[in-house]
Design a protein around this ligand. Structure first.
Ligand code: PCA
Length: 216
């Protein structure tokens, strides 16, 4: 059976949980569209996260890779369009590093596009009544770092597609934020969302060609 690799991140920024970690854990071992799902957790550490990811790519030889991370404050499941070649950290990573304006791959391309069908995934999530939107930036912290590292690693591999999806906070995280209650989604909804995304990634080779505002 072919493999879909789903990665999540350990908690960071002083939090005790990370929905992406729970999603990877829960989907590990599932079979989706006749593909076996391997769910693994990456450290929220510049450099180390990409080294770990490359080990997983070699070990499991997945045909699809969906890296997932938390984007606190977002209200929707957001398939990311593009990874950019820069680390610029607003806070320290879990090893205390806080790079500023540093290329991820020296001499590498400025950016890589996701090779997941991001609009078809967005449409399928909305059809499942799950809030979703294409995102035009994965930020410049460890998530973008892993997204770029993933696409750089896949650039030489034909037939392997991958990308990144950010997810909101879980309700218990949102509750703990000061100053109003930011948006969140139940964990079960987010697990379902990534399962749907994986299925669409298997089924859809050519993404929808509709403007973002017209995806239903
Ligand atoms: N979110 C962070 C890194 C780990 C995570 O889950 C980010 O958006 O960069």
């Amino acid at each position: 059976m072919k493999t879909i690799l789903v990665t999540g991140f350990e908690p960071f920024g002083g939090e005790k949980v990370n929905p992406s970690q729970e999603i990877a854990r829960q989907l590990n071992g599932h079979v989706i569209a006749r593909h076996r799902v391997i769910g693994r957790i990456l450290p929220c550490v510049f450099g180390a996260a990409n080294r770990e990811l490359r080990v997983l790519l070699r070990e499991f030889e997945p045909v699809i890779v969906i890296a997932v991370g938390q984007a606190g404050g977002r209200a929707e499941i957001t398939p990311e369009r593009v990874a950019i070649n820069v680390d610029d950290a607003r806070i320290a990573d879990n090893a205390g590093a806080q790079p500023v304006d540093r290329p991820i791959v020296r001499g590498g391309p400025a950016a890589y596009w996701s090779t997941l069908p991001i609009k078809a995934i967005t449409a399928a999530l909305r059809a499942h009544k799950i809030p979703a939107a294409v995102s035009q930036t994965a930020g410049t912290f460890v998530c973008n770092h892993v997204f770029y590292g993933l696409m750089h690693a896949l650039a030489g591999r034909r037939g392997v597609r991958g990308g990144f999806i950010h997810v909101p906070w879980m309700p218990e995280q949102a509750k703990r934020q000061r100053g109003g209650r930011p948006p969140s989604l139940p964990l079960a909804t987010m697990v379902e969302a990534i399962a749907v995304a994986a299925e669409v990634a298997v089924m859809v080779r050519h993404d929808l060609r509709v403007g973002e505002g017209r995806i239903h």
